[in-house]
Design a protein around this ligand. Structure first.
Ligand SMILES: Cc1ncc(COP(=O)(O)O)c(C=O)c1O
Length: 445
């Protein structure tokens, strides 16, 4: 290690962070550094796969607020990707930032030994805001990690083995989570994965029952069914309203645990605080993430029915004991997020703004049927389907040129997701819709 060089390089970077105002040269330097660093130290493939963002990589994210972020030069983008669900409350919601800053000035991480007050308070609030008799929480850091905890808890509590998941489901990419994930492209390189996972078609309750019945018939036991209330990554697939209630009934009948992954649909995204509320279903384990940290801190978790905690009472560390899980800084953000979400009725905001966008998209679909083929979603979880990846990708790219960010990588753009923060203004929504129509018209020709 060249000690002098490390100190020099880190000082230069810290200077960028600590400074109020960058020079023109520094702003450009950050962009060129970023591209070079990704090419040499992160992964050059990201630079080509994410081309919808900008073909020449002349922008990097440098600051944000509300429904927008800006590059180093202050060029402003409306964020309709919303971190795939993170930014329900907008970027750096001042109410969340205020709380996190106050907590940062007191203590950031915890001793690991003493009882952590904010984790306790957060778990109590989670009990208060989740449906039915969901009671005990396990707080962690990432979505896949929370999925791991849900799967482990299901096996631990039931003493059973197998899981039923769905084709095209996305539950994350750690070993257990990717076993549940239903996409060959993410699973194949890691086979054999955790044994005992079966995938059936989404939105088909009968298929789930059949899988459970057959597994039991051949001597296996089924610990849980894991399902997204709306499949996000798969292209915003909304199941019929009877699907989750049917799964609840089947799981009860076969004494199988129902695990709902609300990492993307939760915290108001689909128009209710949790998507399962729309069909009056109480899962045995509910998984939270993304917007749970108020768009400021990474924090995820699971909440489960009390009786599932039985084995955890014998050994509280048996499920997991993540060093950073439930740390005070993240918990302070989640507590602030819960208050803001409930106080400002963020789910209602998502429902109303979602309806407003949907109405317009249906008009566009009629006007540009060759380009915009289908629209799906609930609240502010909206998917637009195009005839090909190429068209979706060109749409995302053209919108980016008009300073609107939507989701769509080079080879995954047939369904473009619109997931803006709930705090996006109607004026900003109109700007997005105007840009979208311009792009659709262009692509139609
Ligand atoms: C439904 C769902 N589950 C799990 C995950 C994985 O979360 P993370 O990327 O935080 O590991 C995601 C992420 O997109 C998701 O949408």
């Amino acid at each position: 290690m060249d000690r002098e060089a490390v100190i020099l390089e880190s000082s230069r970077i810290l200077d960028y962070i600590l400074k109020d105002e960058l020079t023109f040269e520094e702003k450009n330097r950050i962009v060129s550094d970023s591209v070079k660093n990704y090419a040499e130290f992160v992964n050059p493939a990201i630079l080509t796969a994410r081309k919808s963002v900008s073909s020449d990589y002349s922008f990097v994210e440098w600051e944000d607020e509300g429904a927008v972020f800006r590059d180093t030069h202050g060029v402003e983008f409306i964020d309709c990707l919303g971190g795939f669900g993170i930014y329900m409350l907008g970027h750096r919601n001042p109410k969340v930032v205020e709380v996190v800053q106050a907590q940062l000035n007191r203590y950031a991480l915890h001793s690991q030994e003493l009882v952590e007050p904010l984790r306790g308070y957060l778990s109590k609030l989670v009990e208060m805001i989740t449906p039915g008799d969901l009671q005990f929480s396990f707080i962690c850091n990432g979505g896949a990690e929370a999925v791991e905890m849900a799967l482990k808890l299901a096996r631990l509590a039931s003493g059973k083995t197998c899981f039923i998941s769905t084709v095209n489901a996305f539950h994350g990419k750690s070993m257990g989570a990717v076993s549940a994930t239903g996409k060959g492209v993410y699973r194949k390189p890691y086979l054999p994965l955790i044994p005992g996972f079966q995938h059936v078609e989404y939105a088909d309750a009968e298929a789930i029952e059949k899988a459970i019945r057959n597994l039991i018939a051949v001597g296996d036991s089924v610990a849980g069914v894991i399902v997204e209330p709306i499949q996000g990554e798969a292209g915003i697939i909304v199941p019929p309203p009877g699907y989750l209630p049917a799964l609840r009934e089947i799981c009860d009948r076969y004494e199988v645990l129902l695990i709902t992954d609300e990492i993307q649909t939760g915290m108001g995204r689909t128009g209710t605080l949790w998507a399962v509320e729309q069909v009056n279903v109480v899962p045995d384990i509910l998984i939270m993430g993304k917007a749970f940290g108020g768009g400021v801190m990474p924090i995820t978790g699971i909440v489960a029915r009390k009786h599932l905690w039985q084995n955890m009472l014998e050994n509280p560390w048996i499920l997991g004991s993540p060093t950073f899980g439930g740390n005070p800084l993240s918990c302070s953000a989640a507590i602030a997020a819960i208050k803001y979400t409930v106080e400002w009725d963020i789910p209602k905001m998502a429902a109303e703004k979602g309806d407003y966008i949907m109405k317009r998209l249906h008009l566009y679909k009629e006007k540009y049927p060759k380009v915009l083929q289908a629209i799906r979603g609930r609240g502010l979880l909206i998917g637009m389907e195009f005839p090909s990846d190429e068209i979706g990708f060109n749409l995302a790219k053209d919108l980016f040129d008009q300073r609107v960010l939507v989701g769509g990588t080079l080879n995954n753009a047939r369904v473009i997701r619109i997931e803006p923060p709930a705090v996006i203004s109607y004026e900003q929504i109109d700007t997005v819709l105007r840009s979208l129509e311009k792009t659709l018209a262009k692509l139609s020709n």
